[in-house]
Design a protein around this ligand. Structure first.
Ligand code: HPA
Length: 270
């Protein structure tokens, strides 16, 4: 995997635009969660298109961009909108955005997403901390990488220390947050009820179309990672679950308030 000149080129663009201080935390925002950055003071925003090696294209007409600014007293870099495997078939589509973070001191990374729930106690509208994952989709973003660094250990890939901090933040902000194992399906079609039954049998609590390849990449590049799902729906066939993009987007938007509160408490204590 050729690389890492691209990481430096991407970092240079950020530095040229004024992102030249440290970063205390990086956050990837999932579907419908963009409003989190309303709380950011005087953000510097750069469209992904203008950064070398960043994914191109938009979802539902919204340009993806990166924003940097002070959020709850911390210097935060937010990726507003990620790129998904299902857009191009490339599991390493988020390689440069994540690899570039080493140039900014390898800040802790919080990946958020919208997910379907396979457990009756993880209700739509609630939050769920990801404890571990299953790469059911299969493709690994490190295929083609070279050197011993590609053999990335994945025990405690979801950093126990960051998890503990997020749990504390949820308790402090009164948010309802469960936890569970996230299984990656490629999308963009949703799962069938039979696939959801299988996922449950195999040990999943949550299903979604992102995050897993990003965690693998982030661990490759030495970042500490946490994953936080907004449960937007019950998985297909569970308690009548029949997920759709509209439902996912709408529920994510309403649950943003809880996520905002948790992130505020988390960042304040970081
Ligand atoms: N399946 C896959 N991805 C999702 C779901 C789901 O039920 N809900 C939100 N993202």
């Amino acid at each position: 995997m050729a690389a890492d000149a691209l990481f430096d080129q991407a970092a240079s663009v950020l530095i040229d635009r004024g992102i030249d201080g440290g970063i205390d935390c990086a956050i990837v925002l999932g579907t419908g969660l963009g409003r989190i950055i309303d709380d950011m003071v005087e953000p510097i925003s750069i469209p992904f298109e203008e950064i070398p090696g960043f994914p191109k294209g938009a979802v539902s007409g919204h340009a993806k961009r990166l924003s940097y600014g002070v959020l709850h007293g911390k210097r935060v870099l937010v990726f507003e909108g990620r790129a998904h495997f299902y857009e191009t078939g490339d599991p390493a589509i988020m390689r440069v955005p994540l690899g570039m973070l080493a140039a900014f001191g390898s800040p802790p990374l919080v990946l958020t997403n919208a997910a379907g729930s396979l457990r009756p106690d993880l209700r739509p509208g609630s939050l769920a901390l990801i404890t571990d994952h299953i790469n059911y989709n299969g493709p690994n973003p490190l295929v083609g990488d070279t050197g011993d660094g590609r053999f990335v250990p994945m025990v405690d890939a979801y950093d126990p220390h960051l998890r503990a901090r997020l749990k504390k933040a949820a308790a402090a902000s009164g948010a309802n947050m469960g936890e569970g194992v996230y299984m990656w399906f490629s999308g963009p079609s949703f799962e069938t009820p039979a696939e959801i039954k299988m996922a449950k049998t195999l040990g999943a609590d949550l299903v979604g179309m992102s995050t897993v390849p990003e965690v693998i990449l982030a661990r490759r590049y030495g970042l500490r990672v946490a994953g936080l799902s907004i449960v937007t729906n019950m998985g297909a066939g569970i308690l009548g679950g029949a997920p759709s993009h509209g439902e996912t987007r709408d529920v994510a938007a309403t649950a943003t308030t809880a996520l905002r509160r948790v992130l505020r408490a988390f960042l304040s204590e970081l």
